[in-house]
Design a protein around this ligand. Structure first.
Ligand SMILES: [Cu+2]
Length: 168
């Protein structure tokens, strides 16, 4: 009896984790697997990662991101400077027709400042993306403890480029 109960719970947990790892379509834009890396509760900042594909004929731009779990959010990129990886804010990110823009650890990311709640593995939180053309798009970001499983999850039909640069 107890064993059955436990496996039912497990099944539910696996199902909800799976169902959160979904994609979003907003006009010509296809947004794949938004995720954040789980962090210790004391972490003041975090980051969100995702992939945006433009399946249309016209360019679009990601202008801003906003989430209730952070004081504010910024679009960031990583740059190499004097042999160091530094991140800096960028005003917007173009998503050209036919292009896939990947936000990854060590690359573009959505930086979350002044976290109002910890990024706990298995949880998710709402994030609103503002695009020049597609407008506001509400998505759900899944928090994961494991980078490798999530960097390219759910895009089996799109061979993603290899990432060799995971230094921070
Ligand atoms: Cu950053």
């Amino acid at each position: 009896m107890r064993f059955i109960h436990i496996s039912l719970l497990l099944g539910t947990a696996l199902f909800s984790a799976q169902s959160m790892a979904h994609d979003y379509t907003a006009g010509d834009l296809h947004i794949e697997h938004p995720w954040s890396r789980a962090l210790p509760p004391v972490a003041p900042t975090g980051a969100a990662y995702l992939t945006i594909e433009n399946r249309g004929q016209h360019s679009d731009r990601l202008l801003a991101a906003d989430t209730p779990i952070a004081g504010h959010a910024e679009l960031h990129e990583h740059v190499h400077e004097d042999g160091l990886m530094k991140m800096q804010q960028i005003n917007d990110i173009e998503i050209a027709p036919g292009e896939r823009v990947e936000f990854t650890p060590g690359g573009h990311h959505i930086m979350l400042f002044d976290l109002q709640q910890p990024l706990v593995a298995g949880h998710s939180y709402p994030l609103t993306l503002t695009f020049e053309q597609a407008g506001e798009v509400a998505i759900e970001v899944v928090v994961s403890a494991d980078d490798a499983n999530h960097a390219h999850a759910g895009d089996g039909h799109h061979p993603a480029p290899e990432h060799h640069d995971h230094h921070h």
